[in-house]
Design a protein around this ligand. Structure first.
Ligand code: NAP
Length: 270
């Protein structure tokens, strides 16, 4: 399938057949606990090869978590990410294919999805990835009794008049449909809507968490992809983030790290 990279401005918005491996790379990964009532944790990272996703993988690895990184092509992923990611047991899966997603979901207890369409129109556009792919992930997660699903979308998804929605042939609208599907699924979830993503080390600025998708004042705000990864991972287990949707941007006025306490102010979705 021919794929083309979007120009940077558009990438802000829109962003297999074979299962190569069965389990994640970290110690104990994928091994169901025999002594405890619940299976050992295993985090599926969809979009692990992406500019945001590889920070999630790096943080999970640093924390010693068991995880399974997902990509359509391990070879392409390693070409982008380099040899430091070669020892991970990647699962090859196209999220547009429900059967592949069901296979990739085997033994998974938690999901972080940072997938993003890389086409405007076409077979890998938002309709089929940010909605169809998310729907497939949610369906498979439900069947696998996943305990928590963290979904990355984008600021402004609720506003059809958002200028980027026009520029991307409605990509934000498809993202919202993906969000709605997850919210209605019955799975415990957290939905994170970031501002413009940038490659800055984590912890250099504070973070601002908002709810209600009042995107206009935040239009020019940015967010460190590494900080984003930390927030996505925190949301896997923090009870304050259960069934919550929130916007996230950097905030130079806030103390780095204060965002963890700010989680306690999150309101669950109605
Ligand atoms: N860039 C921004 O400023 C910005 C702002 C707000 C929100 N966002 C959103 O944040 C997310 C991550 O952004 P990013 O910059 O990290 O994007 P990215 O580098 O383009 O990564 C996109 C990821 O999606 C995966 N993917 C795409 N189509 C797939 C498919 N059919 N099946 C399986 N995986 C698929 C890719 O995996 P493979 O190619 O390896 O298969 C890749 O890992 C995106 O959803 C983006 O829309 C971005």
């Amino acid at each position: 399938m021919m794929r083309r990279r979007l120009p940077a401005l558009f990438a802000m918005l829109v962003s297999a057949s074979l299962l190569l491996v069965a389990c994640a790379t970290q110690p104990g990964a994928g091994a169901d606990a025999t002594a405890s009532a619940q299976p050992a944790e295993l985090v599926l990272v969809a979009g692990a090869s992406g500019r945001a996703g590889h920070f999630v993988v790096a943080q999970l690895r640093a924390q010693g978590a068991a995880f399974r990184p997902l990509t359509r092509s391990r070879a392409d992923a390693l070409e982008r990410l380099g040899p430091a990611y070669a020892d991970l047991d990647w699962v090859e899966c196209d999220v547009r294919d429900p059967a592949q997603v069901a296979t990739a979901m085997r033994g998974v207890t938690h999901v972080i999805s940072v997938i993003g369409a890389n086409q405007i129109g076409g077979p890998n556009s938002a309709e089929f990835v940010d909605y169809g792919g998310v729907k497939n992930l949610v369906d498979a997660a439900l069947a696998a009794k996943v305990r928590h699903f963290v979904l990355l979308t984008a600021i402004g998804v609720t506003d059809p008049a958002h200028p980027f929605n026009k520029a991307t042939k409605g990509a934000l609208g498809w993202r919202l449909k993906g969000e709605d599907y997850l919210r209605a699924s019955g799975i415990d979830y957290t939905i994170v809507r970031p501002g413009g993503l940038v490659n800055q080390p984590a912890g250099q600025q504070g973070l601002r968490i908002e709810q209600g998708d009042n995107w206009r004042p935040l239009l020019r705000s940015t967010l460190s992809r590494e900080d984003l990864a930390l927030v996505l991972i925190e949301a896997l287990h923090n009870p304050a983030a259960r069934r919550a949707t929130f916007e996230l941007v950097n905030d130079p006025a806030a103390a780095p790290g204060a965002w963890r306490a700010a989680f306690s102010g999150l309101r669950p979705d109605p």
